[in-house]
Design a protein around this ligand. Structure first.
Ligand SMILES: [Fe+2]
Ligand SMILES: [Fe+2]
Length: 171
């Protein structure tokens, strides 16, 4: 640090980066990794918004086919998912965009635990969708296809969060 007679303050020597305390580990005011914003944008538009559109569609189709167990399971999944996505969008993502920081590991841990619960729900969804008979008609075929798409989209979505986005803030 150098004394700057003009401002009367201490300032870092010219040409050196400000020293950051290692214990801080980031936090509000620190720049997040450059890929954070495009990743969050992708998660919101490609996955969150798609689930919000396609789950109600699948629930409606399952009810029309009198497949009430499937419809109820999808409705139960959607309720959990809506709540999870809202907390990501309103709490966790803004925190990551502000640089994360040591406290970010708590909501990240919670989201990862909830993802495990979604994987269990997906096992049940697969059982129920596999029990439908796609040969019963085009409506059945379309419903089975949509359930498979929900399954693969949700798995991709969680993989992107667990393995790409969250690890940027866990070191
Ligand atoms: Fe998400
Ligand atoms: Fe998530």
């Amino acid at each position: 640090m150098l004394y700057d007679p003009k401002s009367g303050r201490m300032s870092p020597p010219r040409g050196t980066a400000p020293i950051r305390c290692a214990l801080m580990g980031g936090g509000p005011g620190r720049e997040p990794p450059a890929e954070t914003e495009p990743l969050i944008q992708l998660i919101r538009t490609r996955y969150h918004e798609t689930h919000r559109r396609e789950f109600p569609q699948a629930i409606e189709w399952a009810f029309k086919l009198d497949e009430h167990e499937l419809a109820n399971h999808l409705a139960f999944m959607l309720e959990d998912l809506d709540n999870h996505q809202q907390r990501e969008e309103q709490v966790l993502f803004p925190m990551l965009l502000a640089g994360g920081g040591p406290m970010a590991k708590f909501p990240i841990g919670r989201m990862m635990a909830e993802h495990e619960a979604v994987e269990d729900q997906l096992v049940r969804l697969r059982e129920l969708a596999d029990a439908l008979r796609p040969d019963a008609g085009v409506e059945w075929e379309e419903t089975v296809k949509l359930c498979r798409k929900l399954d693969s989209d949700l798995r991709e979505h969680m993989r992107l969060e667990n393995e790409v986005l969250f690890p940027l803030f866990l070191d």
